[in-house]
Design a protein around this ligand. Sequence first.
Ligand SMILES: [Zn+2]
Length: 116
Amino acid sequence: MRTSFAAHIRLLKKELPCFFPVAIRRLKLPSHRLGDCDFDEEEQKFLIRVNNALPHYVQKDILYHEYAHALAWAPGHMTTTIHTASWGVAYARTVRLSNGEDSPRRDDVAAHIKFQ
Ligand SMILES: [Zn+2]
């Protein structure tokens, strides 16, 4: 069963909350641009944009990539565009969540199996 884009957003926000709110939009972007993540200083929130012309599975991958930029952001670490080591760690966390490797529900299942 295909998980909806909105469900991926709900999962990310619930399991991996960011320092500031994250607004996520799918919209028409130039064909060379897959997506991006910016921090709106005035509104104090992240804005993630994903190119809606891409296939669904690519949009999901872009979402997890860009969300990692927001997740890696911390005071004194203002960039949302560079693939730093901290972005790499954040991206691993989003991918693990996407794969169900960090899901509390999966941990519950694993614990249940272990004690059977
Ligand atoms: Zn990036």
